[in-house]
Design a protein around this ligand. Structure first.
Ligand code: PMP
Length: 388
């Protein structure tokens, strides 16, 4: 029997064999010509994946939290005002990071868990303060709520604030067109829809964000994160010149270039459509099995993950039974409801068969937990949605 489990959590995800092979290759010098070419190409490809032809990409060893830290460190000066559009735990995290660099943070919170703030509420908050920057979490992984990034970015632009998007659970899975939508900085990490093992913080800063950085009156309060150190490195690699500030994670950057190549070969629109289709299938199965979801409206639900509440009488132990049935899912993350829901990640190279395997394992777990349902009802709903 095969011992391997299917990893269907909201990051890290299942990676393609080609990406994993790049991780296993003999590591070269970070100034070797092949590596320089690969790094340079990855930087160019990031612009395409973020839809930001005039942006400056940064690839730095670290996780998504470092990407948030880099954004805050370089864009915020002590006393600057920042507005956080909060749709869950990662909004709280961004607020804490911004405060660490001296920002005065105002949060516009969702009226309830699973909801997103109304555009009018964000507009009113923007109108009340003299904000330098606004952050939006595209998909908050703790609630599976997707913010209306496009409209929020348009609002931000009207008010003249810098628009920063935490796209950790979205970029390369949920549609985001950085430049066209007026997003000044978008960031993600390697381990989600980008499809590379954990370890890379990825950012693309548009011209207004770079200009704000250049206009700083005070030094960046974080040596490692400082773009003064990283900008020449990114420019050099893109010009196919070796350079050094901190040793780049050579194998991860090879893997990144392989994955970005696969993403662009699939085509961004096809990739977004596949994520929507897979998401519809998982959500249809969850609904057919009688489970409610954390997001309060279908309109505000993420395409990269699904967050069902356990049905009555079923507890967290069901995740162990689902794992025994072959699929690893994630527990709850939002502290207020942690024990009441679980999370199914479906991004990156996820296929229709992965969806069916996952729904099948969920059904077997629910049956183990003594939950009463018609076997196959979730699978049928998923099949139907996949065929539409
Ligand atoms: N923002 C969002 C929306 C996330 O989902 C995560 C990770 N779950 C992070 C930030 C932080 O990323 P990391 O765990 O890689 O530091």
């Amino acid at each position: 029997m095969k011992g391997r489990k299917l990893l269907m959590i909201p990051g890290p995800i299942e990676f393609t064999p080609e990406v994993l092979r790049a991780m296993g290759m003999a590591t070269t010098s970070h100034v070797a010509p092949d590596f320089v070419e690969s790094f340079g190409q990855a930087l160019e490809r990031l612009r395409e994946v973020f839809f930001c032809p005039h942006g400056q990409p940064f690839v730095i060893a670290g996780s998504g939290t470092l990407a948030m830290d880099v954004a805050a460190a370089n864009l915020v000066e002590p006393g600057d005002k920042a507005l956080v559009v909060n749709t869950g735990l990662f909004g709280d995290r961004f607020a804490a990071i911004l405060e660490r660099y001296g920002a005065e943070v105002t949060q516009v919170r969702a009226p309830a868990i699973g909801d997103a703030p109304e555009l009018e509420a964000v507009a009113a908050a923007l109108g009340r303060g003299d904000f330098k920057l606004m952050t939006v979490t595209h998909v908050d992984t703790s609630t599976a709520v997707a913010a209306d990034v496009r409209s929020l970015a348009a609002l931000g632009r009207e008010t003249g604030v810098l628009v920063v998007v935490d796209g950790v659970c979205a970029v390369a899975g949920a549609e985001m067109r950085q430049e066209e939508w007026g997003i000044d900085l978008a960031l993600t990490a390697s381990q989600k829809a980008i499809g590379v093992p954990p370890g890379l913080a990825l950012l693309v800063a548009g011209p207004r964000a770079m200009e704000a950085f250049r206009q700083r009156q005070t030094p960046v309060g974080n040596y490692y994160a400082d773009w003064t150190n990283w900008l020449p490195i990114m420019e050099a690699y893109e010009a196919r010149r070796p350079s050094y500030f901190g040793t780049p994670p050579v194998n991860l950057i090879w893997a990144l270039n392989v994955s970005l190549g696969q993403i662009l070969a699939e085509g961004m629109m096809a990739r977004f459509a596949r994520h929507r289709r897979v998401s519809r299938a998982v959500k249809a199965a969850v609904t057919a099995l009688g489970m409610e979801q954390v997001p309060l409206s279908a309109e505000r639900t993420a395409v990269t993950l699904t967050a069902p509440y356990y049905p009555a009488g079923v507890e967290r132990t069901v995740l162990g039974a689902i794992k025994d049935a072959g699929v690893v899912l994630a527990g709850g993350l939002h502290p207020a409801i942690r024990e009441r829901y679980f999370r199914i990640g479906h991004m990156g190279a996820v296929s229709a068969s992965d969806v069916l395997a996952t729904v099948g394992a969920i059904e077997r777990g629910l049956a183990w937990a003594g939950y009463s349902f018609e076997p196959g009802v979730g699978l049928a709903a998923a099949q139907k949605a996949l065929g539409e």
